[in-house]
Write a protein that binds this ligand. Structure first.
Ligand code: HSE
Length: 427
């Protein structure tokens, strides 16, 4: 029998338990595919409570750093989470002790990935993180392996299932954000710190990691333009639908002449597009390469089975002796990412509430015209009082021109409240 690959698993939450279950239930299959058995030497977690699976055969460590350094551990599997603290300390300890690392920790890699990747390479070890991005979807593998022969043009995606669940439920129920947020909370969908989800941070972490692989740049999470879904109103979801769109928390990364553009913001996408049809807690990543064209990957972005599946893909690679650089090329060769100063021009959805009196619409149209913003489509709604909501879909325009128009609206004397502007991505 060939030498087993021995794991030390830190973190026995949903994903850790999923990994243990796969190793216990698929031992023969894993041995055949990896060419050697995959075993667990030791585990570590915050408490020793009963988790409904048999952990008796594994040594227990209270301290994940001690686990990471054990002589009987070849691969340190970090499933604790948290950008710093024990997860980072144990990952660093594992690398220093000559172990490979498999992690699901997007926050740690988004903030410290450049340094960790360099340390791992200096030590001749690998850090693999398929489970950190879009759960069970093998998007890191797609970029680093299947599409390695392409110049990547664009990465687009819905990478936070909780936000997609909330936006989908708002649409289907007609209920406002606060009600559906409470529902998602009751269902246990939200991270311990919900702003990681609804503030777009978790998805921004993921996008920054994919950007690095796609464009050969150092991870630059601080340059990701972030905007969450907290201010998306049920009115906009309904009106966007009337105009043929869905609202998604959409990640877009592309290298432009102005630098690397990385955005994780609410956008409108055509309702008939694959992204527009993505309902509930599912993730979707669209990759565009110069040779392959566009490919669409869709699947569960979280949960025990899907995320453990991604962890095991990385573990099996290591068992096979495959060690790909963390971000697909040597860490030292990753270039600093010049951040794009302004986003590429795009069409926008505008919702403006007007006083319902003669000339109001003409004034708004004049402001748009004076700002160089061209109207593609427009719809005015019936009204119960003295105001009238007007929806405008613009032709492609710059953020500067749009900002100019929005500040111009305030001077017309006919616009009520704050106009809403949401970018449209034609994907
Ligand atoms: N909370 C994330 C989501 C999963 O809802 O997609 C972990 O990144």
């Amino acid at each position: 029998m060939s030498t087993p690959l021995r794991l030390g698993i830190a973190g026995l939450g949903t994903v850790g338990i999923g990994v243990v279950k796969i190793i216990q239930s698929h031992a023969d299959l894993l041995t055949l595919r990896a060419g050697r058995p995959i075993t667990i030497s030791a585990v570590s977690a915050r408490s020793r409570r009963d988790r409904g699976i048999d952990l008796d055969g594994y040594a227990w460590e209270d301290d994940p750093v001690a686990l990471a350094k054990r002589d009987d551990v070849d691969v340190f599997v970090e499933l604790m989470g948290g950008s710093d603290g024990p997860a980072k300390a144990a990952t660093e300890a594992a690398i220093a002790a000559g172990k490979d690392v498999v992690t699901a920790n997007k926050a740690m890699l988004a903030l410290h990935g450049n340094e960790l990747a360099q340390s791992a390479e200096d030590a001749g070890r690998a850090i693999r993180f398929e489970a950190a991005v879009a759960g069970g979807i093998p998007v890191v593998k797609a970029l680093t392996e299947g599409l390695a022969g392409n110049e990547i043009k664009r990465v687009i995606g819905v990478m936070n299932g909780t936000c997609n669940y909330i936006l989908t439920r708002m649409e289907t129920s007609g209920l406002p954000y606060d009600d559906i947020f409470a529902e998602a909370n009751d269902l246990g969908y939200l991270e311990a710190d919900p702003t990681l989800d609804v503030g777009g941070i978790d998805a921004g972490h993921k996008l920054s990691l994919l950007s690095s692989i796609a464009f050969g740049t150092r991870v630059a999470f601080d340059d990701v333009e972030l905007q969450g879904i907290e201010r998306i109103s049920i009115d906009d979801i309904r009106h966007a639908a009337d105009m043929g769109f869905k609202i998604k928390l959409l990640g877009v990364a592309q290298m432009t002449g102005r630098g690397l553009e990385q955005r994780m913001t609410p956008c409108l996408v055509p309702a008939t597009s694959p992204l527009g049809q993505l309902d509930g807690g599912t993730n979707m990543v669209v990759l565009e390469g110069d040779s392959v064209g566009q490919i669409v990957l869709r699947g569960a972005g979280a949960g025990e089975g899907p995320t453990a599946s991604a962890v095991m893909g990385d573990v099996i690679d290591l068992a096979r002796g495959i060690r790909i650089s963390t971000f697909g090329q040597p860490a030292a060769s990753l270039q600093p990412a010049p951040a794009a100063k302004a986003t590429a021009a795009a069409p926008y959805y505008l919702r403006v509430v007007l006083q319902d009196k003669p000339g109001a619409l003409a004034k708004v149209a004049t402001v748009l015209s004076n700002s160089g913003v061209s109207i593609d489509r427009m719809r005015q709604y019936g009204h119960a009082d003295t105001t009238a909501p007007v929806l405008i879909v613009t032709h492609k325009t710059t953020q500067d021109a749009l900002d100019h128009a929005i500040s111009g609206f305030a001077e017309t004397g006919v616009v009520v409240g704050e106009p809403v502007a949401i970018r449209i991505e034609n994907v």
